[in-house]
Every structure is written in C-alpha cells, then in structure tokens.
Design a protein around this ligand. Structure first.
Ligand SMILES: Nc1ncnc2c1ncn2[C@@H]1O[C@H](COP(=O)(O)OP(=O)(O)OP(=O)(O)O)[C@@H](O)[C@H]1O
Ligand SMILES: [Mg+2]
Length: 448
C-alpha cells in the first residue's frame, strides 16, 4: 500500500518511481534514487462532510481511481475509510453510473476476507464509497519488506484469497484488479496473517467501453503485471481471470517478482499473452509450482475451474509439506522503514500522497521489477530473503540471487572437499535444506 504525507505537507518524493516518503528518508528504498523535498497544495476534501454523514479527516493513500481517506461516520460514531473517486472519472456520466452499480454490488459482498463496504453515493459532485477502515500492511508492503515470502506462508495467503474470491464469484462478481496493493494483511490479531481484499469489481466500473478521457485514467488503473490474457484481449472475463492474477501474486511473493515483466507495456502484454512463465526457483516446492503453473495457463479452460479447486489443491500441497519445524517463525518482521500501513499514518504532519498526474500513467512500467531469476540457482539453495534485498533495485536483486546461490554452492563444495566427504555421486544431490535462522529478524522461507 502506498501512502505519503498530506497534500499540504512537505514530503520526500521519488521522481523515479513516484512514491512518497517521510522527510527523514533520503533515498528511495525501492530504487535507490535520491529523494526530492516536495510540498503540494492543500487538499480541499479534508474536513468536508459528505451527505451530512461522512466526515473526511485524513488521507490514507492514492490509487488509480482516486484518493482514500480516513473518515468518520457521524451517525454511528465510527472510523471508516472513504474512497473519493477522481473528479476526471466522477465527471464522466456513464463511468460514474457504473461505479455506483459496482459499489452497490460490493455492499452485498460479505465474507471474512473481503472488506466491508458500508455505503456509497454522490455528494456535491463527489463520488464516494465508504468502507470498513482496515489497519495493516498491504501484501505489496510485505513483499517489498521480505524480499521473498516462504512457501508455507504464501499458501496460507492464497487459501484465504481463494475463499474471498470464491465468495464473490458465486455472486457473479469478478474482482478484475487483484494485485498485492489491493490485499491488506490485518494487524489485529497480531501474527495471524489474516487478509482482506479491497476494491472488488470497482476496476470494471471505470474500464468498460470508456471514453477518451476515461481511457487515459484506465491506463493508470490497469495492472498489466497481473492481467490475464483474456483481459488483455477484452475477451470474456470470469472467476478464472482472478485466479490468473492470484497466481501472479503467488509467483511474485515466492520469487520476488511477478512471472512476466518487461521494460515496455507492449512487450509485457505480449509475454502475458504468449510466453510460458519462467521456471520457479528451487526453493519453491514442485507441487506448489505445478499449481501455480496451472493457474497461469493462457487459456482459462486450462486453469482450475474455480477457486474451490485451487483451495483443495493448495491444501494438498500444504499437507505434503508436513508439519513446520518447531521454532521457525511464519512471520517475517518488517524493517523500520516499511511502507505505510493503512490507518497508521507516517510520522509527521497530515499524511497523504500527491495527486495522480498524467505522468503517473507512464510510471506504471517504471515500477515493475525485473524478471525473476530463472536459472543458475542450485537445487535446494536457500532463497534470498532480507529486508534490504526487498528494497534493492530489481536488477540487483536478480543478480544477488545468482551470486548468493553461487556462493552457497562454492562454500558447500569447499566444505565437502575439506572434510573429505566429497563424492561424485553425492555431488549430484541437492544440498541439505538451510537451517532456520537463530532469530526471527530475517526469516528464510521454509523450503518444504
Ligand atoms: N478500507 C481501507 N482501509 C484502509 N486503507 C485503505 C482502504 N482502502 C484503501 N486503502 C488504502 O488506501 C490507499 C489507496 O487505495 P486505492 O485502492 O485507491 O489504491 P490502489 O489500490 O493502489 O490503486 P487502485 O485504484 O488500482 O485500487 C492504499 O494504500 C490502500 O491500501
Ligand atoms: Mg485499491
């Protein structure tokens, strides 16, 4: 989840990836670029009361569709999250109507893994949707902080996402924009890794048969890293489209980068349409890799027919991994400069990111990580996993993976030779699994 200082507050801005940080951060944790001190104009939405019922209090973050604020529902005295749709979309009559239709459907979704939508409406030209305020980290933040996420934890996430998606799919609602930024891991209860999915169906509301103006917004919204072939081709969409996106997310959590990345949009879309995903690195259990590979099939008919089937398959993989070793923590603690949590504004006055600009469209691609490493990592090699790894520029991440793997092999061979245990037959076998770290500070994925 991206956040940032308030519109009227100074912030440290990354002109390379367009992220915002508190002023005490000097270099972008994502790409290393030097941050620029920036001060924006005051946000006129702050303090507004929509329909006499929902007071807008503080910004939480900005997305392709608009800005999300922390707010207050006056009638029942509770904190809420209010998404205010960008005026360029809200002023488009058909898009606004679609948004209202989708928002209405969203209010009917009720599942533990889906954010509760309380209300929606239009007040003084402001199109808004009111939701349960979630306190936690986005899956994106977890991935950036952890570098790679252990298979067992990824399965735990994916099972919950399957449940959430299934609940929507059986009501005929397809998410269409499932991505790590639209999934929040709740802080409470701590350590339970409970997920909530945001923005069900809303992408659809401003994407279909759009006008010129909306199309440009749409480019900003689109998340081509997680986009299924049928969505790119504007063919029929169903729940299997979300399964493809889920597989991209799982792949990214396990390896540090989504399966398909490229420097240009056209090349990326071509990969989504035609290329097989790069092979999974050796720390991903083959049965899990097989499930993901099937979810990533180009033709929806070749994927699992529904989330329920994926859930079952993941359960089997989990069972095959056995019981986790005692003392191996599931959670990977976040570093001090982790991305901002919803409901927990960054230090400093009135947190909020900058409004999206036309240039942001182009930034969609600059935010993409480079391809996950698909080769020279030894079987059984320990996956790279550290906060600094996650914050590293993607090209360096991929290089580091290869370097770490090579170092592991070299050290292993040296040890074998030194102890006289080297044997040509043993040489062909994978090295033993890495032993768990002594502390939970940087947790290596459980290789099983
Ligand atoms: N109900 C909520 N509770 C807490 N934080 C939220 C809630 N809804 C959204 N946010 C946060 O507000 C920020 C902006 O969300 P938004 O959905 O607008 O952006 P996005 O997901 O990056 O883009 P998109 O428009 O493609 O969904 C994100 O950091 C998001 O995690
Ligand atoms: Mg969102």
């Amino acid at each position: 989840m991206q956040g940032g200082p308030g519109n009227n507050a100074a912030e440290a801005y990354c002109a390379s990836c367009s992220r915002s940080f508190p002023l005490d951060v000097s270099h972008c944790p994502h790409d290393g670029a030097k941050l620029v001190r920036f001060e924006g104009a005051a946000d006129p939405m702050l303090g507004k009361v929509l329909d006499g019922r929902f007071e807008i209090r503080a910004p939480l973050g900005e997305g392709g569709m608009g800005t999300v604020y922390r707010g207050w529902q006056l009638s029942v005295d509770r904190e809420v999250a209010i998404k205010v749709v960008h005026p360029s979309i809200a002023s488009h009559r058909e898009a606004a109507k679609r948004f209202l239709r989708e928002a209405r459907l969203a209010t009917r979704l009720s599942a533990p893994g889906i954010v509760n939508v309380f209300d929606f409406g239009q007040a003084d030209g402001v199109l808004y949707i009111v939701m349960e305020l979630l306190r936690g980290q986005s899956l994106d933040a977890i991935r950036v902080a952890a570098g790679v996420v252990p298979p067992r934890r990824v399965i735990h996430f994916a099972e919950q996402l399957c449940d959430a998606l299934e609940a929507a799919h059986i009501q005929g609602i397809v998410h269409r924009d499932l991505k790590p930024g639209n999934v929040i891991i709740l802080d409470d209860p701590p350590g339970r890794d409970l997920l909530k999915v945001l923005d069900f169906g809303l992408a659809k509301s401003i994407s279909a048969d759009a006008t010129e103006g909306i199309t440009s917004t749409n480019a900003m919204m689109g998340t081509p890293l997680y986009m299924a072939p049928e969505q790119i081709e504007s063919a029929a969409i169903d729940g299997r489209t979300d399964l493809y996106a889920l597989a991209c997310i799982m792949y990214e959590l396990l390896t540090g980068a989504p399966p398909f990345v490229d420097a240009t949009l056209s090349a990326l879309l071509a990969k989504q349409l035609h290329e097989p995903p790069p092979p999974m690195p050796p720390w991903v259990p083959p049965p899990l890799a097989a499930v993901i590979a099937r979810m990533l099939a180009k033709r929806p008919d070749d994927r699992f027919p529904s989330c329920a089937e994926v859930r079952t398959a993941l359960g089997q993989v989990r069972a095959s991994l056995g019981t986790p070793a005692v003392g191996v923590p599931i959670l990977t603690p976040l570093p001090a400069h982790a991305p901002l949590a919803a409901g927990t504004p960054p230090p400093g006055p009135s947190p909020t990111p900058l409004p999206a600009t036309a240039e942001d469209d182009a930034d969609v691609l600059t935010l993409m990580p480079l391809p996950a490493p698909s080769s020279p990592v030894a079987a059984g090699a320990e996956p790279p996993s550290s906060a600094s790894f996650g914050a590293m520029p993607p090209a360096r991440r991929a290089g580091l993976i290869a370097a770490v793997a090579a170092a592991i092999i070299a050290v292993g061979l040296a040890a074998l030779v030194a102890t006289g245990a080297f044997d040509a037959r043993k040489h062909a076998e994978p090295p033993p699994p890495p032993s768990p770290p002594a502390t939970g500070a940087l947790v290596a994925p459980d290789p099983r």
